[in-house]
Every structure is written in structure tokens, then in C-alpha cells.
Design a protein around this ligand. Structure first.
Ligand SMILES: [Zn+2]
Length: 68
């Protein structure tokens, strides 16, 4: 499965899968879009990672709260 990056429009290959409330979503990672992450009180740069819903919208698979 492939999808364009919502930020830079580069075509990305699916790199994984996340299961939320019994539904699985494709996960993509864009190495061109770096964003700061907070982990253990330190901040570092990480590749932009997002999961894709069937309707084409995206969400952050690492977020604590996935409900909207
Ligand atoms: Zn990108």
C-alpha cells in the first residue's frame, strides 16, 4: 500500500500497521519530514509517522488519545 505524504507529497510505502480498538490501520513514515519528539524528558528529531484511515484522513499512531 502507498500513499502521498500529507506534508511533502512524496509517495510513501507502508512501513507497518497499528491496531486501534480492533481495527487495523496502515502506518507510514516520511524520512523527509522530521519533527521533534518528546521522550523521557528529552527532545529529539524523528521521522514524521502517521496512520491512514480508510477515508483518507491521518492520525498520529503514537498519540496517547486517539479519539477525536
Ligand atoms: Zn513528507
Amino acid at each position: 500500500m502507498k500513499t502521498p505524504c500529507p506534508r511533502c507529497k512524496r509517495t510513501l510505502e507502508q512501513c507497518g500497521e497499528v491496531v486501534v480498538e480492533g481495527e487495523s490501520f496502515a502506518v507510514f513514515q516520511c524520512d523527509d519530514c522530521i519533527e521533534p519528539m518528546q521522550f523521557g524528558g528529552e527532545s529529539f528529531d524523528a521521522a514524521y509517522t502517521f496512520a491512514l484511515r480508510p477515508d483518507g484522513t491521518t492520525f498520529d499512531p503514537s498519540a496517547d488519545d486517539l479519539t477525536e
